[in-house]
Design a protein around this ligand. Structure first.
Ligand code: ADP
Length: 477
């Protein structure tokens, strides 16, 4: 049995901005089910949705500041969550990374370096919690200083650093390093220094005993200049201690047979009932109720990473085909406006909802025939997993976790019943459009289509397998 401190800046359902929260809210539970002793450590933000009781545990002093540790449980599980309570830094309106107006915190480095220092104290049993970690599992740049700081400790836990997205690195000027009072020994290119800047993520990549990322393909991609943001050399240097483990999904929340948020529950043996969800979705989005017209869904952050510009470039031509398109998302204002405009131009074909809405996300997964994910890069991606579980065939770009989880419908994969979606290679509107046309054509062949839906729905995306891989890794360290 291992004592694992799982260190994360966001944890679903307490607070979420992206996929990291989903992982941090599920993997610890799966590890506990495998008999491990897991504690989650996260900041006590003002916006936390705390349902369970919160108890005071202790106060410790780091870098001339008194910080409380509070204890609660992850809702729906017995997993203990330790909250780092430092009101000056975390009791402010906004999300973990931005203020209420969406501006990045000016003192991000101070906030998360304090968080990292506390993580070190807790894992070293210096926080009066009577608990010493065997493994400190860090996630993304916000916990990147932990593996670096722990290298200065003679008796320390093994460290794992998981990269959920290389695009966010925690880079700050050298002056910040001095202001934060960080140890001088770590200011070198083998630790926290990156071209005269302080790099939080580099602390994890250079100093952790092992590095993981959230898919095997992304683990290879980040060793190349296109995806490595200047750290590809270091990542390649460490490739023996770097691997990819695919994220699981919450198969209770995302289950078409029991999902309370969809119009009509259905399963692999009652696929015909999916039509009820399509009709409900068409109604909700004010599209003509046409059962035979292929309906394509898209949910996600409207940012460059997700290839939204490709979608916008291809919609003008796509509307010449028998197809409907619904989109739910929020992000860059330019994308939001252009998408809205397209929906005003083609109200019978395109409908767009700007915002974050979990109920609607479930309705789209259940009611669409196809799900579009043309990402430029995608460390793992979750929506293509939900889609397959809902028999909604994903159309994805061949990158990162999308490569590892979607099998392109080709004559051989259709024949051997492994096909589960559609894959295109080039990040261009043309390549995407060709693949959508391929999907539309196959959609007219009901028997083949249903077979692929069943292939997709049979796949196991539960956390059990991935949690076992993490456990094997901990045991090997
Ligand atoms: P990323 O972490 O890059 O945003 P992922 O696919 O890994 O992408 O995870 C995104 C998660 O957020 C998924 O669970 C997705 O359903 C959800 N999501 C994203 N945008 C929205 C939205 N507008 N409404 C509801 N859920 C959303």
């Amino acid at each position: 049995m291992k004592k694992i401190l799982f260190i994360s800046s966001e944890v679903h359902p307490l607070i979420k901005t992206g996929g990291l929260a989903d992982v941090a809210g599920s993997l610890p539970i799966a590890l506990a089910e495998l008999g491990q002793e897991v504690r989650i450590l996260m900041p006590k933000y003002q916006a936390l949705k705390l349902e369970q009781e919160v108890e005071y545990r202790c106060t410790l002093r780091v870098n001339n500041r008194d910080v409380n540790i509070l204890e609660t449980r992850l809702p729906g599980s017995g997993v203990i969550v330790w909250l780092v309570d430092c009101p000056e830094y975390f009791d402010t309106p906004g999300n973990p990374y931005t203020d209420e107006f969406g501006n990045a915190w000016e003192n991000s480095a101070a906030r998360f370096s304090l968080f990292c220092r506390i993580a070190v104290e807790v894992s070293q049993n210096r926080a009066h919690l009577d608990w010493k970690a065997d493994i400190a599992h860090c996630n993304d740049w916000q916990s990147g200083l932990v593996p670096a700081l722990l290298t200065l400790e003679p008796h320390r836990p093994s460290t794992v650093f998981t990269i959920h997205n290389m695009a966010y690195q925690g880079l700050f000027p050298e002056a910040t390093y001095i202001e934060l009072n960080l140890p001088g020994q770590l200011w070198n290119p083998g630790a926290l220094e990156f071209h005269d800047l302080l790099s939080f993520i580099k602390g994890g990549i250079a100093c952790a005993d092992h590095i993981t990322t959230v898919s095997p393909t992304y683990a290879l991609e980040i060793q190349t200049a296109d995806y490595g943001y200047g750290l590809e050399g270091l990542l390649h240097h460490r490739h023996h201690e770097l691997n990819g483990i695919i994220n699981g999904i919450d198969v209770e929340v995302w289950n078409p047979e029991t999902d309370p948020r969809i119009a009509q529950n259905y399963g692999i043996d009652s696929l015909a009932k999916k039509a009820g969800n399509k009709a409900a979705l068409q109604q909700h989005f004010s599209l003509p109720e046409e059962p035979a017209t292929p309906l394509i869904g898209l949910i996600g952050r409207l940012v460059d990473q997700k290839g939204i510009d490709l979608v916008i470039d291809c919609l003008d031509e796509l509307i010449n085909y028998p197809v409907q398109f619904v989109l739910l998302g929020s992000g860059e204002k330019g994308f939001e406006h252009r998408l809205k405009n397209l929906s005003y131009l083609y109200p019978d074909k395109i409908s767009v909802s700007i915002g974050y809405n979990e109920d609607l996300a479930h309705m789209i997964e259940a009611g669409s025939d196809m799900f579009l994910m043309p990402s430029r890069f995608e460390p793992c991606g979750l929506n293509q997993l939900y889609s397959q579980r809902y028999g909604t065939l994903p159309i994805v770009r061949k990158t990162g976790g999308l490569t590892d989880t979607v099998v392109d419908a080709m004559p051989d994969t259709i024949k051997d019943k492994t096909a589960s979606g559609f894959v295109f290679e080039e990040p261009t509107a043309g390549a995407m459009l060709e693949t959508i046309k391929r999907a539309i054509l196959l959609y007219t062949n009901k028997r083949s289509w249903q077979q692929i839906q069943k292939n997709a729905m049979r796949k196991d995306f539960s956390w059990q397998q991935s949690a076992q891989q993490y456990l094997n890794l901990y045991n090997s360290l």
